[in-house]
Design a protein around this ligand. Structure first.
Ligand SMILES: Cc1cc2nc3c(=O)[nH]c(=O)nc-3n(C[C@H](O)[C@H](O)[C@H](O)COP(=O)(O)OP(=O)(O)OC[C@H]3O[C@@H](n4cnc5c(N)ncnc54)[C@H](O)[C@@H]3O)c2cc1C
Length: 391
């Protein structure tokens, strides 16, 4: 088929978020073209884990988006769940010390008030949920709504379903600039020619800031590097997503230095995924085995049997991080015709469903499924203006 020259919507980025935007926009009856500079899912969506979590989020707009996304994964997307290995496995957050458990109980109380299902688990009952857990844990909290998917299958199948509704997907096509009429965006220039489109969605993940620059607007998306270690396949030893309570603090932290906290979960294939690390080192692609050692040591602290298990490999990716830890979702009033759907940091697989649905509703001019004000692209300009007013 020849390269498309016109569309209702161009989506830049063939990761989980771009795929969800394309799926929902096509379902809303719009003609969609997805442009991806590399192979499909070659960005962070193939260098991550696939958790759909509510447990690691404080009450607030990100948790609301996670709840909205949960409704979609478990509701209208449920018929496709088997395609992307959706597993409603539940999450178990554990505390090594009583003081940490007190803080976890307070977090659980705030989350419960926001509508999350969470049960505190006394230390003595943890082994009933996870028989191979270190028996010396002080307590935990169980989140039945936490789930897991295989992220690359999410991308592949959402794009396949979108294609079935008429969308066109063009891998190995780089967006190099925007077509403009005054401030308005009227299409894109690409490595394979230009496409006219009244709406362009920036779903370029960690590269979303660079795409915004091409449109002469500012969206501060930065890379936050993270590693994952993969063990040899085993019979089921870890039943839930299990992580230490300190992980929640690391997620919320803006520290640039290396932070590691133990996160352990099984997969359908039998391998165990071990995380997590966070550091802001730009797009540094060097592989540092010391980070994997730190993660492995902490994971063994949670599950001592891991000391006897072989690691098969490790990989890293760059989370798309915004300074306020919230994604950027919605139309950009500074460049009419441009929408953003990027900056989801460590939660873009889980949040992709809600993001795609919000973007499609906004493109189609229908009611949004939730209040998206907190994700407005221009919020950073307002912040800069306030800061300079105080100088
Ligand atoms: C170690 C690690 C663990 C994680 N675990 C989880 C988890 O358990 N659950 C979860 O929800 N999230 C997790 N995340 C976060 C998640 O991976 C990201 O938030 C998500 O993948 C972002 O998806 P995206 O579609 O926005 O970006 P991406 O998947 O990066 O897609 C953006 C695409 O845009 C393309 N692109 C960029 N510039 C251009 C251009 N000029 N022209 C054309 N295409 C372009 C890129 O090539 C890329 O493929 C994790 C991340 C890491 C690093």
């Amino acid at each position: 088929m020849s390269f498309p020259r016109v569309a209702d919507v161009v989506v830049i980025g063939g990761g989980a978020v771009g795929a969800a935007c394309a799926f929902y926009a096509a379902r809303a009856g719009l003609s969609v073209v997805v442009l991806e500079q590399g192979a499909i899912a070659s960005g962070t969506s193939s260098a991550c884990e696939g958790n759909i979590l509510v447990s690691d989020k404080e009450a607030g707009p990100e948790l609301s988006l996670a709840q909205y996304s949960q409704q979609l994964w478990r509701g209208e997307l449920a018929e496709f769940g088997h395609l992307w290995e959706f597993e409603s496995k539940g999450g178990l957050v554990v505390s090594a010390r009583p003081g940490t458990q007190d803080n976890l109980a307070k977090l659980a109380q705030r989350q419960r008030a926001a509508g999350i299902d969470v049960e505190l688990v006394p230390g003595g009952e943890l082994l009933g949920l996870e028989p191979h857990l270190n028996p010396r844990m002080a307590g935990g909290a169980y989140y039945p709504q936490d789930a897991q998917v295989q992220p690359m299958l999410v991308v592949a199948h959402l794009l396949r379903l979108a294609r079935g509704m008429g969308a066109v997907v063009e891998p190995h096509t780089t967006v190099t600039g925007f077509l403009r009429r005054g401030d308005a965006v009227t299409g894109v220039a690409t490595s394979r020619g230009s496409i006219d489109a009244p709406a362009v969605v920036n779903a370029a993940g960690t590269w979303g800031g660079a795409i915004a620059d091409l449109a002469r607007v500012s969206v501060p998306v930065l890379p936050r590097k993270g590693y994952v270690m993969v063990t040899e396949p085993l019979p089921v030893m870890v039943r839930h997503k299990v992580y230490a309570a300190e992980y929640v603090d690391n997620v919320a932290s803006s520290d640039a230095g290396l932070q590691t906290s133990p996160v352990v979960e099984g997969t359908g294939g039998g391998t165990i995924l071990i995380g997590s690390s966070r550091e802001r080192v730009g797009f540094d692609r060097s592989f540092d085995p010391r980070v994997l050692s730190a993660m492995a040591g902490k994971a063994i602290g949670l599950f001592p049997f891991l000391a006897q298990v072989k690691a098969l490999r490790g990989y890293f990716g760059f989370r798309p991080y915004c300074p306020d830890h919230l994604p950027v979702i919605g139309p950009d009033p500074r460049a009419p015709g441009l929408w953003h759907a990027c900056g989801h940091e460590g939660a873009g697989i889980g949040l992709s469903a809600g993001t795609g649905a919000l973007i499609a509703a906004s493109l189609a001019g229908t009611a949004l499924g939730m209040d998206a004000t907190a994700f407005a692209p221009e919020r950073f300009d307002a912040h800069l203006a306030t800061e300079s007013a105080h100088v």
